[in-house]
Write a protein of this length. Structure first.
Length: 386
């Protein structure tokens, strides 16, 4: 459960990217970074959604975050060892994903990007299935309709349009299911997201837009993209936006439940901005020490979502050392299972890329297939000539 180390040198931050006091977040928080439960008057509307949460449910949220982080750390290690082509870590964003994921009903539908490993966990998707695409052996690895969890979307922001269209269909069907679309602060500047906001507002679609603002769109800080907090953008489209402490799993759970309830009751879309922090790199091909200060990361380590819930569990006597020790054993077992599963994944059929290009076949594709077959055979010939 450690964050990625960074180089010792101080990175440069480009001029004009200093955080502005005017954009300091005013957010919904139910659990402080020190692990203290708070009930402020401003949060009363949200507090009721977790007022009757049980110790067992709290331990469940903690378990979800710990195991999700362990899986994520194992995937990062596998990429460093050459077992995955790339990996997008969720380190630091566990509370936003687990809190919102556990707010969903089974009949709700989820449209993720490529970093929602915690939400996938909540939807019952086997974590090993998330790795096939990053290993290059499949295009997803799971049936979206089995868990109401769509395949990962690489094209930035496009899944918000899919979510909006699906939500419009849900409304026409007359069901009370809701839809949630996940995206990051970088995607919030995409035209697809703006179109999704427009259509969902006009058609009163039962969709929740859940933006994980981890403050860095690869190397661009959020203030390079907007002059106002992201949640305020919803006002211009005619639906509410709310900013929540993205490192507070209780607040994320409560706010998402509230937003989903609005959607189910016919009140239309909501924008939830989970204000959090990307502790590691954007992906394993990225070096965050080149564009952000190390002291910024250290400051956010003190707001760690897992640590704050553990402090609350311990102070409220909701968990003992036996629980944490048992969870550590389970965590290590998960790491081993993921590692073994990835290394056992079969290689894909090399010639599958030529299938389904044209409905009735094509001479050029046949020619390319033959050229590729000859290329593959050349390796066998070279081996045989040794």
């Amino acid at each position: 459960m450690t964050v990625e180390s960074t180089a010792a040198r101080k990175p440069r931050r480009s001029a004009g990217t200093k955080k502005s006091p005017s954009t300091k977040p005013e957010l919904v928080q139910l659990l402080t970074p020190e692990g203290k439960r708070v009930k402020h008057a401003d949060n009363a509307v949200y507090d009721k959604y977790v007022a009757d949460i049980t110790p067992d449910e709290l331990r469940g949220l903690y378990r979800d975050m710990v195991l999700t982080r362990r899986f994520d750390a194992e995937a990062t290690s596998l990429q460093r060892q050459g077992e995955l082509g790339l990996w997008a870590s969720l380190l630091g964003q566990e509370a936003a994903q687990i809190g919102s994921g556990r707010a969903l009903r089974d009949d709700d539908y989820v449209f993720p990007t490529y970093r929602e490993h915690g939400v996938a966990w909540c939807r019952g998707v086997d974590p090993t299935n998330l790795l096939g695409m990053f290993r290059g052996v499949n295009n997803g690895g799971w049936d979206p309709n089995s868990n109401n969890f769509q395949l990962y979307t690489i094209v930035i922001g496009s899944q918000t349009l899919h979510a909006t269209g699906y939500a419009m269909g849900v409304a026409k069907d007359g069901t009370d299911s809701a839809v949630i679309a996940y995206f990051g602060d970088g995607a919030s500047s995409q035209g697809d997201v703006a179109e999704s906001f427009t259509f969902s507002a006009v058609y009163n679609a039962p969709v929740v837009f859940f933006c994980q603002n981890n403050q860095w769109a690869i190397s661009e800080p959020t203030e390079k993209q907007t002059r106002v907090p992201l949640y305020q953008r919803a006002q211009g489209y005619g639906f509410p936006g709310v900013r929540v402490d993205g490192n507070d799993v209780l607040a994320c759970l409560a706010v998402t439940k509230w937003a989903l309830e609005r959607a189910r009751s016919g009140e239309g879309p909501t924008l939830v901005e989970a204000y959090t922090y990307r502790m590691g790199a954007h992906t394993t091909s990225d070096d965050p020490t080149r564009y952000r200060h190390d002291d910024e990361r250290v400051a956010w380590e003190a707001k760690d979502p897992i640590l704050r819930l553990r402090q609350y569990l311990e102070s409220a006597n909701h968990a003992d050392e036996g629980f944490f020790a048992e969870l550590e054993t389970e965590s290590e077992a998960l790491g081993r299972r993921v590692r073994e599963a990835v290394r056992a994944m079969p290689d894909p059929d090399h010639f599958a890329i030529f299938e389904n290009v044209y409905a009735d076949g094509h001479a050029l594709v046949d020619e390319e297939r033959a050229q590729f077959a000859a290329y593959q055979a050349s390796f066998a010939d070279a081996e045989g000539g040794k």
